[in-house]
Ligand binder design. Structure first.
Ligand SMILES: C[S@@+](CC[C@H](N)C(=O)[O-])C[C@H]1O[C@@H](n2cnc3c(N)ncnc32)[C@H](O)[C@@H]1O
Length: 188
């Protein structure tokens, strides 16, 4: 589905980068991003990945299932290394490959069993932090409609994700950002 809306994503990429300002500030207060290596899963056009580059990360990689959306990302952000990949099976990356593994508005889209796979893989390839930028708190009615159309699992995500994170990580944090979003951090 995301392949077919790639042109829309390419158009809103700039607005997404602006809209993610508060959320990356939240991350920066918790984790020093300078010279860190980052893997952004479900990167889309790389809007969230760009926030890490703008805040001092040294090397940023983005993977996505959709080649169309990656093509749009490569045209916009040559500083990101984009490649095809499935967040549920990051077999191309050995354990502890990146300082931080992150995902922005990806994990709420799938049901609990697939969330578990994504989180396990994110943890495996990260040396220290897993950072999830996603729904938190009240969701705008228009966004609720979109999530209904997409048949995402955002309601259960909001209800259960903190507990799911705590099963995998000894140290976790949940910090609200703006526009019904927030940052979930798992530390290894
Ligand atoms: C809502 S978009 C978010 C894009 C970007 N992270 C952002 O915040 O701007 C979700 C993206 O996740 C990708 N995606 C969904 N499931 C995935 C999976 N299992 N592996 C990799 N990418 C996935 C989709 O193709 C889509 O580009």
């Amino acid at each position: 589905m995301f392949g077919s809306i790639a042109p829309i994503y390419a158009r809103v990429d700039h607005s997404l980068i602006k809209g993610y300002k508060k959320s990356i500030e939240v991350v920066k207060k918790e984790i020093d991003l300078k010279d860190k290596s980052i893997l952004d899963i479900g990167t889309g056009t790389g809007a969230w990945a760009m926030k890490f580059i703008q805040n001092g990360a040294s090397k940023v990689y983005g993977i996505d299932l959709s080649e169309k959306i990656l093509k749009a990302g490569r045209e916009k952000h040559p500083e990101i290394t984009f490649s095809i990949g499935n967040a549920e099976d990051l077999k191309e990356y050995p354990d502890n490959s990146f300082d931080i593994v992150t995902a922005s508005f990806v994990i709420h889209g799938v049901k609990a069993d697939r969330r578990e796979k994504m989180l396990s893989e994110m943890k495996r390839v990260s040396k220290k932090h897993v950072v999830v930028h996603d729904f938190m708190g009240k969701t705008h009615y228009f966004v609720r409609f979109l999530e209904f159309v997409e048949r995402s699992d955002y309601k259960n995500f909001k209800k259960n994700f903190c507990a799911e994170l705590k099963i995998k990580f000894s140290k976790t944090k949940r910090i609200a950002s703006d526009y019904g979003s927030g940052i979930y951090i798992g530390e290894i």
